[in-house]
Design a protein around this ligand. Structure first.
Ligand SMILES: [Zn+2]
Ligand SMILES: [Zn+2]
Length: 268
C-alpha cells in the first residue's frame, strides 16, 4: 500500500549545497529560490540578511498557492512572493510563531489575494488537486505544526526536526508530539523530511556556532524517516530526564522556558 502510494509521488530535486550568506555579502542575493519541481519552490533567506537563514516553502495547486513561513528580520518576502505566485490566491501558514518565521506576515497581509493564518493554524489546506495535511506538534513552541504534502510526500517539520539544534521548550509535550508525528508519517509515504534551518555542519556531530552567517560546509537540508525514528528513540531513552545530546545530524537541545531563544535577539 505505502509502496504504491510512494510510486505516485511527484519527484523533485534538492541541491547538494545551498547558498548560506557570504563570504561576500555584496555578491549574495537576499533569497535563493530553488525549484524542487515546477510546483514546489524552496526559498532560503541569506545569512547576510539574517543569521537564522530560514527556509520557506511555496506550494502550488490548481486554484491557490500556499506559503509556509514568512522569513526573519526585515525579509522583503512579500515582494519576492508576489513575483512567484503566478497570480494565484495565496494562503500563508506557519511552522510556528517564533520571530524568524513570521517577520514577513505584515507585508504579506498588505497584498491583495493573500490570507495570512495565525501561527498554530493546523488544518488541512486544499490547493486544488493538491492537499496539504497538518498536525499540531507543540513542544519546540506551543504553536508548532507539521505539514505533509500529499503530492510530493514531503513532510515539513519546521524547527521541531531539522539538521541543527532542536530547542525544546516543553519536553513531555515535545516527546508526545514527535511520537504522534512518527505514527502520522509512518502511515504515509515520506520522501523527505524538510525543516526550516541548517545549523549542522557536514561533519557528523558538529554544528556551527549560533549566529554563524557563512556555512561553506553545512549538512544537507533533507532528513528522512530514519532521523525521526532516531529522534523518538533518543527522547524515550532520556526517560523524562531531558539532556543535551549531539547526534550525527542534529542535536537534542532541551532548554528552560525562561531563556528559551535562538541566539539572543529574541528571534527564533
Ligand atoms: Zn527558527
Ligand atoms: Zn523556533
Amino acid at each position: 500500500m505505502l509502496l504504491l502510494l510512494a510510486l505516485a509521488l511527484q519527484a523533485g530535486v534538492l541541491p547538494e549545497k545551498w547558498m548560506t550568506g557570504g563570504p561576500d555579502c555584496a555578491q549574495t542575493p537576499a533569497w535563493q529560490v530553488h525549484p524542487y519541481n515546477a510546483d514546489l519552490l524552496i526559498l532560503r533567506q541569506s545569512g547576510c540578511v539574517h543569521y537564522e537563514k530560514p527556509f520557506l516553502y511555496l506550494l502550488f495547486g490548481r486554484e491557490r498557492a500556499m506559503l509556509l513561513d514568512t522569513g526573519a528580520g526585515r525579509p522583503g518576502t512579500a515582494a519576492m512572493v508576489e513575483k512567484l505566485r503566478r497570480g494565484l490566491p495565496l494562503v500563508v501558514v506557519h511552522s510556528h510563531g517564533h520571530g524568524d518565521h513570521v517577520a514577513g506576515d505584515g507585508e504579506l497581509r498588505a497584498l491583495s489575494g493573500v490570507t495570512v493564518m495565525a501561527p498554530g493554524f493546523a488544518e488541512k489546506v486544499e490547493l486544488g488537486g493538491r492537499t496539504v495535511e497538518a498536525l499540531a506538534i507543540p513542544g519546540h513552541d506551543a504553536t508548532s505544526v507539521a505539514f505533509y504534502d500529499q503530492q510530493t510526500g514531503i513532510l515539513l517539520t519546521g524547527d521541531s526536526l531539522y539538521p541543527g539544534r532542536l530547542y525544546i521548550q516543553d519536553f513531555p509535550q515535545y516527546l508526545a508530539s514527535m511520537q504522534q508525528l512518527l505514527a502520522f508519517a509512518g502511515a504515509r509515504p515520506v520522501r523527505h523530511v524538510l525543516g526550516t534551518h541548517i545549523e549542522q555542519s557536514a561533519t557528523p556531530f558538529v554544528d556551527y556556532p549560533v549566529r554563524t552567517t557563512y556555512q561553506p560546509a553545512e549538512h544537507r537540508l533533507e532528513l528522512g524517516m530514519e532521523h525521526l525514528t532516531e529522534l523518538v528513540r533518543e527522547l524515550r531513552l532520556m526517560a523524562g530526564k531531558p539532556e543535551r545530546k549531539a547526534l550525527a545530524s542534529f542535536t537534542i537541545y532541551p532548554r528552560p522556558p525562561r531563556n528559551f531563544q535562538h541566539g539572543s535577539t529574541g528571534a527564533q
